[in-house]
Write a protein that binds this ligand. Structure first.
Ligand code: SAM
Length: 290
């Protein structure tokens, strides 16, 4: 599918970014990665089936979407300009929302690993995995982590169907992923987060502020984002509740962004489905919404 030429991004922002971006620096980044080796390492090409919704779309107007070297090399250079008031501040909003002290962390749709790396720095003793569909994005993530001397495991996989064991993680995160997934996939990802978390574990989702996107619809037209209108019309908050999470709370970040945090009830281990059942059994700590 050819990139659309009618988006505000293609008509105005792409030419502006070309002026802002340091082409030489991107060339150096591209040359410092052995792409064939990275794609062989991360891309389980024989057996891996990319979801149709992902393979068939040109995210951000790049033909081939995230399954290209170009997308991976330019991602950070562009992202720094599209997260006002500042990329690091916005990503820090997700870290600040976390209430647990995780020792096992999974970052879904980790892309080039910017949030994953911040998580590792915030919780240095944690075992952390960054998972993404794109071997190209993972190649850049691995390069950045190596440069920072950080030990992070990078894996190719689907956020909606990871191959991890049940109750393996204390914390599961996703930043800037949900505006790129169709509603059915978003719901499947939240269910997968619930399965992967230990009881008492937390899920933290950072993305665009759904309320603001609904109030100012042209914000959903700026980039070539095939599923952003679905995302704007949906509610991460409600999705987490439906997946079984308790204590769900969405906080607005500088009007444009939001962080939603949910906790897997301790009752999930005890097998109680309602707060009343847990309380009736005398197991107060296991009550959903404890
Ligand atoms: C906008 S980028 C966000 C990357 C990163 N989390 C960040 O905060 O910059 C979305 C990423 O999600 C990945 N992605 C999209 N759908 C996915 C899925 N179902 N499973 C895993 N990764 C997915 C894409 O390959 C891309 O790297």
């Amino acid at each position: 599918m050819a990139p659309r030429k009618d988006t505000i991004f293609q008509r105005f922002l792409a030419p502006a970014f070309e002026l802002l971006i340091d082409g030489e620096q991107l060339k150096r980044l591209s040359q410092s990665i052995d792409w064939n080796q990275a794609v062989t390492k991360f891309g389980d090409s024989e057996n891996f089936v990319y979801p149709e919704y992902y393979r068939s779309q040109n995210f951000h107007g790049i033909e081939g979407g995230y399954l290209t070297r170009d997308a991976a090399v330019t991602y950070d250079a562009i992202t720094q300009y599209v997260l006002p008031p500042g990329e690091t501040l916005v990503r820090q909003g997700l870290i600040d929302a976390i209430r647990c002290q995780p020792t096992t962390i999974l970052d879904l749709g980790c892309g080039t690993g910017s949030t994953t790396i911040m998580l590792k720095k915030a919780f240095p003793r944690s075992w952390i995995v960054g998972l993404d569909l794109s071997p190209y994005m993972l190649a850049v993530a691995e390069h950045k982590a190596k440069q920072a001397g950080l030990d992070i495991l990078w894996l190719q996989g689907k956020a909606e169907a990871t191959r991890f064991a049940t109750e393996q993680f204390d914390l599961v995160t996703a930043s800037l992923l949900f505006h790129e997934t169709p509603p059915t996939v978003t719901r499947a990802i939240l269910k997968e987060c619930f399965r992967l978390l230990k009881p008492g574990g937390e899920v933290a989702i950072l993305d665009g502020n759904q309320k603001s996107l609904r109030q100012v619809p042209w914000l959903t037209e700026i980039f070539e984002e095939p599923y952003i209108k679905d995302y704007a019309g949906d509610s991460v908050d409600a999705g987490m509740g439906a997946a079984g999470f308790a204590a769900v709370l969405t906080e607005e970040l500088w009007w444009l962004h939001q962080v939603t945090l949910g906790v897997k009830p301790l009752a999930a281990r005890a097998g109680f489905t309602t707060r009343e059942d847990a309380i009736a059994s005398g197991d107060w700590m296991a009550a959903p919404g404890y």
